[in-house]
Design a protein around this ligand. Structure first.
Ligand code: NAP
Length: 308
């Protein structure tokens, strides 16, 4: 079969022949891949920078996707650590890590949306005690995950959603998706009185935002939950000690490992239905898997989805 293959660390993927999946063991299924997206997680697992990378090469990347099983069911699947990912014509799945999708879904839309959408959906539903009426600040709101976080926070009943980023023009577009206010990072004091921060940026950007934001809070003893989700501005953040003393701040993370897999899976059918219903706006671009080498480093706002 054809697949995208990364022969060694720091080498981009090549589209070539690759052995078909081995005979399935136990509950495993060999499935046909219909659509698989190129997420930050896909790249960072492949280059070894993600905490869940296992450094095994050759590697067929692809951490999730929409597949068709032998019975004809369409499934969204999240793979466990494996050297045979979803950037292939066929792969091997554990059906317990998949959900059957409703008829008539668009595989490309689902493949593009689930990973970025899951980040805020799971965080608000399963990682923190979020409830309708709370106010949410999203740091890094112009990315795929951030745009969806705006929509998901609103869907879950947030009383106010403030979208923060570095580009005022790109931020403005988020008003149409439900953002009540858009601010650049240097205006962070305007977002002082929120209950939850969904943070996709981290690095110096988040660390620098903390003191101006916390010291501007009307009631510093009111709980503020800061959810670390992404790290587009840097993997480490020099958090000032005063940030943890000057306000009732708690910092938590949400991602693979901090939420049980069964909790994540339990949320996926409802999330897939929301995407299928068009409740969440998705930026997706279908690309033939044969073009994986060029697409791997492409700069685009759309989520690239490989179609074998
Ligand atoms: N934990 C989880 O469950 C989970 C799930 C999905 C994604 N993530 C993580 O969330 C992050 C965002 O993912 P995504 O899919 O939304 O990525 P994306 O679509 O590539 O968007 C990233 C956004 O970050 C902004 N950005 C880039 N560099 C920046 C910098 N130095 N300072 C401030 N903003 C910067 C860019 O916005 P502008 O160019 O418009 O400023 C860009 O739109 C990634 O780190 C990803 O790994 C985590």
């Amino acid at each position: 079969m054809h697949a995208a293959v990364i022969p060694a660390a720091d080498v981009p993927p090549i589209y070539r022949d690759h052995p078909a999946p081995a005979e399935p063991h136990g509950d495993e299924l060999v499935v046909e891949v219909l659509a698989a997206a190129l997420h930050h997680l896909t790249r960072s697992k492949a280059n070894g920078s993600h905490y869940s990378s296992n450094g095994v090469f050759p590697l067929v990347p692809g951490v999730d996707g929409v597949v068709r099983d032998k019975e004809g069911n369409l499934r969204y699947v999240v793979l466990d650590d494996t050297a045979l990912g979803t950037f292939a014509e066929r792969t091997l799945i554990d059906p317990r890590r998949s959900v059957i999708l409703p008829d008539g879904i668009d595989p490309v839309q689902i493949a593009a949306a689930m990973n970025p959408a899951m980040s805020s959906w799971i965080a608000l539903r399963r990682r923190v005690d979020f409830h309708a009426g709370q106010r949410v600040l999203i740091l890094g709101a112009t990315g795929n995950a951030g745009r969806m976080a705006v929509q998901i926070a609103k869907l879950f009943g947030a009383a106010k959603v403030i979208a923060a980023g570095r580009d005022a023009t790109r931020l403005k577009a988020l008003t149409a998706l439900g953002a009540d206010e858009t601010i650049t990072f240097d205006q962070i004091g305007h977002a002082a009185d929120v209950d939850v921060v969904i943070d996709y940026v981290w690095g110096d950007v988040s660390a620098d935002a903390m003191i101006p934001m916390l010291t501007a809070r009307a009631d510093r003893t009111a709980p503020l939950t800061w959810i670390q989700i992404g790290s587009v501005a840097g993997p480490t953040a020099p958090i000032p000690s005063a940030a943890l003393r000057s306000a009732r701040l708690q910092i938590v993370g949400s991602g693979i490992g901090s939420v049980p897999a069964r909790d994540i899976l339990a949320e996926l059918p409802e999330l897939a239905s929301a995407v299928a219903a068009g409740t969440i706006d998705v930026r997706a671009r279908a690309v033939p898997l044969a073009q994986v080498a060029q697409a791997w480093t492409a700069q685009t706002d759309d989520r690239i989805v490989f179609v074998p």
